[in-house]
Design a protein around this ligand. Structure first.
Ligand code: IPD
Ligand code: CA
Ligand code: CA
Length: 267
């Protein structure tokens, strides 16, 4: 394993222990509101502090871009961290959430870890060497037709005014696919595309920390990821489509029929 990936997995497991212990005492956990339908707990912050401590102890000169504590440092090596992806699930004891850590080197994704502490599933990828789940090589699924594809999405719950713009393409993808899931963790949605548990995934209005690790997992397992127009602005704009190559292309064709609503959603 690449030494930086090794450190990232150590950080993810440390955060995972904090999160899974806290699931057993949820009634003690303080929940704050960061914004409209946007929650944070002391556990998100504790997990993030543990991750940053582990990474900077090993690599004191590296920079950090973290959801809860923001940006620190200036380096070609940047760690992008979502300490708890799926906070709303976590708060409800709904056991589907993950730790997401990615390393960018000179702006290019290089290492990725998504860790599900409830199932003890560790998804890892290193640029150019593939992706693994608990040490076993993973590949995207082989569904050929959208009608056989199991898709996932996330609802734009923080942008209620644009819900109709979202629903028009949602309806078409629902009618044209096998079915759609909404599980509540973008990082796990992408990890599930990487290992074939899902054939495709799309969501609007995400942040870099939701997507970065999952994006490398998808690419290193033979999948494609991009923005809904087929470009590569997903990390910066937060609008994302991913899938096995065939399903990815068919999803883009469906989304292309909703250009005006996509433009409003993407703005
Ligand atoms: C959220 C999850 C969710 C997605 C939201 C994200 P958080 O991350 O990834 O699936 O639909 O848009 O904000 O806030 O739990 O880290
Ligand atoms: Ca997140
Ligand atoms: Ca989070």
């Amino acid at each position: 394993m690449h030494p930086m990936l090794n450190i990232a997995t150590r950080a993810a497991r440390r955060a995972g222990t904090i999160i899974s212990r806290a699931q057993k005492r949820l009634h003690d956990i303080k929940v704050d509101r960061k914004g409209h339908r946007d929650y944070v707990t002391q556990i998100d912050r504790e997990a993030e502090a543990a991750i940053i401590d582990t990474l900077l102890t090993a690599y004191p000169g590296h920079a950090i871009r973290a959801e809860e504590s923001g940006n620190h440092g200036d380096s070609d090596f940047v760690w992008i961290i979502d300490p708890l992806d799926g906070t709303l699930n976590f708060i409800h004891g709904h056991p589907h959430f993950a730790v997401s850590i990615a390393l960018q080197i000179k702006g290019r994704l290089d290492q990725a870890v998504v860790y599900d502490p409830m199932r003890d599933e560790l998804f890892c990828a290193s640029r150019g060497t593939g992706a693994v789940l608990n040490g076993q090589r993973i590949r995207v699924g082989n569904a050929k037709l959208l009608e056989d594809g199991l898709l996932a999405t996330g609802f734009p719950v923080r942008r209620s005014a644009q819900i109709n713009d979202y629903m028009s393409s949602f309806s078409d993808l629902l009618v044209q696919s096998a079915d759609i899931r909404r599980a509540g963790s973008a990082a796990l949605d992408l990890a599930y595309v990487a290992c074939g548990r899902l054939d495709g995934y799309w969501e609007f209005g995400l942040h870099e920390w939701d997507i970065a690790a999952g994006a490398l997992l998808v690419q290193e397992s033979g999948g494609l990821i991009g923005d809904p127009t087929g470009g590569e602005k997903h990390l910066t704009d937060g609008n994302v489509v991913a899938g096995n190559p065939r399903i990815f292309r068919q999803m883009l064709q469906v989304l292309a029929q909703h250009k005006d609503s996509l433009r409003r959603l993407s703005s």
